[in-house]
Design a binder for this molecule. Sequence first.
Ligand SMILES: C[C@H](O)[C@H](O)[C@H]1CNC2=NC(N)=NC(=O)C2=N1
Length: 102
Amino acid sequence: MSRRLTDEEIERQLADLTLWTREGDAIVADIEAPDFPAAIRIVAEAAEVAEEMNHHPDIDIRWRRTHWLLTTHDAGGLTQLDIEQAHRITEIARREGVTVGE
Ligand SMILES: C[C@H](O)[C@H](O)[C@H]1CNC2=NC(N)=NC(=O)C2=N1
């Protein structure tokens, strides 16, 4: 799982990740929750996923807006772990009332 992905693999998989965009060796997302407690619940649930995966996002929390950055430090770039975690964070956000495109 920790092999760096090619540009083509990244682009192909980002097509299914509506909240996320590429930023160099990372993918980023801005998630606006209905309110501050919901934003914190998203962060807390994502923290459980991060521990389970041993893969941890950078998270900036400002009121109900959170900014997420995923990259694989050990690989010095994007791996399938980042893609998998982006999907899981997206589902957590959807469950907490965030509108996520199809
Ligand atoms: C020692 C520990 O397993 C590693 O440092 C893990 C922890 N969480 C991590 N998170 C991220 N985003 N990238 C990593 O390479 C990484 N490595």
